[in-house]
Each structure stands twice: as structure tokens, then as C-alpha cells.
Design a protein around this ligand. Structure first.
Ligand code: CP3
Length: 352
């Protein structure tokens, strides 16, 4: 982007979480019968998938996000993660307790972040080449708290029983694991920037499973560590810092303090009214990103237009301090043309 974060723009920039994915028929075509993680590990395929939405929605999307997954970090930490069709991620051997043997192994593993995740950096460099400057490329990682949940639950969950057992029975051991994950995140993000990522996003998809008091203990300090140490690490590598986005989904209860975490951009889910978020932000130079209910894309054109109008109005017209997106990832059954209409409406209503 040729703009500084928080600068006036001619219209709101737009990208969509999970914009490269299953709602696109060309995604299924390019993926074929390949395993999901095999696609992530193949720079040619990962870059093809990254570019698909940019090509289909040319002129309507202002950023690309590298095709990968947040669970490549647990893999780099030595854990097995499979992607089960129609079910999602599965860890055959999750971390059961601090004395299950694997916990110590993960904690003491000397992770070679450059070697273990080399395929991601290669995919980023190749994607930058193929993008030819059309739009910037976003790198990302999962937030420590969210990765911790996956590593102890072994997959998706509704109740978060294992995560809660860990934090409420073994707070110190949980903290040590969170710190270990955090250090890998910093190095991983730095190497993504070195490979060509121009912004980074940290996805804290499960932040809403904490509470105001536990968010302060089990998520915030690690998010702050990343925003503080990524620029330091980039400097060491002789690189300029990049804009940093944090998306603590469900943690609107902590929005005021999230605005002080050192990130340039804060992603919002759809449970907060944009005008309310803007009020909480006050005069701070933080950009918001989001936040329509992804489900509106299953609605009528009228419903989509109304949603965009309200959102643009709430964010103050869209010429400053806002990156348009959805409040979470786009879901698999959305029709690509309905997303196209959403993007067009945002452009129309923020460029006047
Ligand atoms: O376009 C993009 O946003 C880039 C690619 C991307 C993927 N996953 C590809 C993917 C990104 C940024 C992610 C992040 C991710 N992965 C998150 C954080 C964002 C969020 O949604 O909260 C999380 C929690 C994961 C873990 C994960 N990966 C889950 C829970 C699932 C299955 C859930 C589902 O939607 O069914 C995945 C699989 C996954 N990651 C797919 C894609 C395109 C679907 C794989 C397939 O079946 O083809």
C-alpha cells in the first residue's frame, strides 16, 4: 500500500478473511484430490490459490493473504496435525497435561523456524513475484492463545474443556507453553516479512472464550510481546517494520485495552457496533478492520446494501481509519457473485 496506516484514503481498502477458499469453484479445481497441508507446502499451488480471488475480483480487492494455515506452527513444534475433510483440523495426539511427556518435548524443542516453515517463505516470495505489485501481500500467524487451544483440545471444540483445565489447573505451565508459542510466532512473522509479506495479521480466533480477567493473563501479554518484538527482530534482520493487524475475535469486552496493544490495526467481529467501537477508540491512531456478519452474504442484495451502508456510516464514511472486511472468514457456501456485490457496494458507498 502506498499509504501510511491511518492516513486519509480515496475510499476504504478492502480484503476478506479466507478470501482464498472453498466458496470458489476454482479453489476445488486447483486443489484436486490433494491434502490441505500438501497444498500449503507446495509454493506453486499455495501461490495459485492466493491469487485466485485477486484475479476473479480484480479491482475490487486491495490485498492478498498468503494461502496457508495457523496450524503450521504446532506442526513446527513437532505435533501432528491432519485436516479431515468436512470436519476440520485434527491432532491425533494433543497435549493432555503438563506431565504427559509431550508437553516437555514441545517446550524444550529447539525449533528451527527458518527450516521448518521454509515452504511458507517460498510461497510468499513466489506469490509476490506473481502479484507483480497488483496488491500487497499479507502474512499471518495464529495468536498464542488460539494455537494453545488447538494444541490441547486436538481440534475444534464448543466447550473448551481441555483449555479451561489447563489454564485453571496449570496456569504456570500454560504460561510457559504460551511463551514458547509466542517466540516461534515472532520469528515466523519476521521471516515471512523477509520473504516478502508487506503486512501481518495475528488471528486470535478464540479470544472470545476467555473473560476480561483471563484475557489479560492468557492472551494479551503474548499479543503485546509479538507487537513489541517483531519490529525489534525485523530491525536485527535489517528490515523495515510492517503494519501489524490483530484480530481478537470475540474479545470486544477488551477492546479499549486491545487498542493499546501496539498493533496498527484491530480487527473487529460483527458483535460490536462500528460506532461504539469508534467511540471506544477515541483519538488513538488505531485503524479498525471488519466487521459485517459473514452470514449477510447469504442474504438478498437489499440486505447486503443495508449492512454495508450501516457499516460505512458507523466507521465514519470510510475515508480514514477503516479497512473493510467481514467480521470473520467467508464461509464455504457463499456464492462468489454475492461476495462481489458486497465488495462493489463497499467501493460505491465509500468513494462518493
Ligand atoms: O484466504 C485466507 O484467509 C488465507 C488462508 C487461511 C486459511 N486458514 C486457509 C484454510 C487462513 C488465514 C487461515 C487461518 C485459520 N486457520 C484460522 C484463523 C481464522 C479463523 O477462521 O478464525 C483458523 C482458526 C484456522 C484453523 C482451521 N483451518 C480450521 C478450523 C479449518 C477448518 C474449518 C473450516 O472452515 O472448515 C481450517 C481449514 C482451512 N484453512 C481451509 C482453508 C481454505 C479449508 C480446507 C479445505 O477443506 O479445503
Amino acid at each position: 500500500m502506498s499509504h501510511d496506516v491511518g492516513e486519509d484514503v480515496e475510499r476504504a481498502p478492502i480484503w476478506i478473511m479466507r478470501q482464498a477458499g472453498r466458496y470458489l469453484p476454482e479453489y476445488h479445481e486447483a486443489k484436486g484430490n490433494r491434502d490441505f497441508f500438501e497444498c500449503c507446502r507446495n509454493p506453486e499451488i499455495a501461490s495459485t490459490l492466493t491469487l485466485q480471488p485477486i484475479e476473479r475480483f480484480a479491482g475490487l480487492l486491495d490485498a492478498s493473504i498468503i494461502f496457508s494455515d495457523i496450524l503450521v506452527i504446532p506442526q513446527a513444534l513437532g505435533m501432528t496435525v491432519e485436516m479431515v475433510d468436512k470436519k476440520g483440523p485434527h491432532f491425533p495426539d494433543p497435549l493432555k497435561s503438563p506431565d504427559d511427556g509431550q508437553y516437555e518435548k514441545v517446550l524444550n524443542k529447539n525449533v528451527d523456524v527458518a527450516a521448518e516453515l521454509d515452504y511458507v517463505y517460498k510461497a510468499i516470495t513466489l506469490t509476490r513475484k506473481k502479484l507483480k505489485g497488483r496488491v500487497p501481500l499479507i502474512g499471518f500467524c495464529g495468536a498464542p492463545w488460539t494455537l494453545f487451544c488447538y494444541m490441547v483440545e486436538g481440534g475444534g471444540t464448543k466447550l473448551f474443556i481441555e483449555s479451561k483445565k489447563w489454564i485453571y489447573r496449570h496456569p504456570e505451565e500454560s504460561g510457559a507453553l504460551l511463551q514458547k508459542i509466542t517466540e516461534v510466532c515472532v520469528e515466523y512473522l519476521a521471516l515471512q516479512v523477509q520473504a516478502g509479506a508487506q503486512l501481518i495479521q495475528v488471528f486470535d480466533s478464540w479470544a472470545g472464550e476467555l473473560s476480561p480477567s483471563t484475557f489479560k493473563i492468557f492472551s494479551e501479554p503474548y499479543l503485546a510481546y509479538i507487537s513489541k518484538n517483531l519490529p525489534r527482530r525485523l530491525k536485527e534482520l535489517g528490515l523495515e517494520t510492517v503494519p501489524m493487524i490483530v484480530f481478537p475475535k470475540g474479545a470486544n469486552y477488551a477492546l479499549d485495552s486491545v487498542c493499546n496493544l501496539g498493533y496498527d490495526v484491530v480487527g473487529l467481529d460483527w458483535l460490536i457496533d462500528p460506532a461504539e467501537a469508534v467511540k471506544i477508540r477515541g483519538k488513538r491512531r488505531v485503524v479498525f478492520q471488519g466487521n459485517a456478519d459473514p452470514g449477510v452474504l447469504y442474504g438478498s442484495k437489499t440486505a447486503i446494501s443495508e449492512m454495508v451502508k450501516a457499516m460505512v456510516g458507523g466507521f465514519g464514511g470510510g475515508k480514514k481509519g477503516w479497512i473493510a472486511n467481514l467480521g470473520h472468514g467467508i464461509t464455504p457456501l457463499v456464492k462468489p457473485d454475492d461476495l462481489k456485490f458486497y465488495l462493489e457496494e463497499i467501493q460505491r458507498l465509500t468513494s462518493s
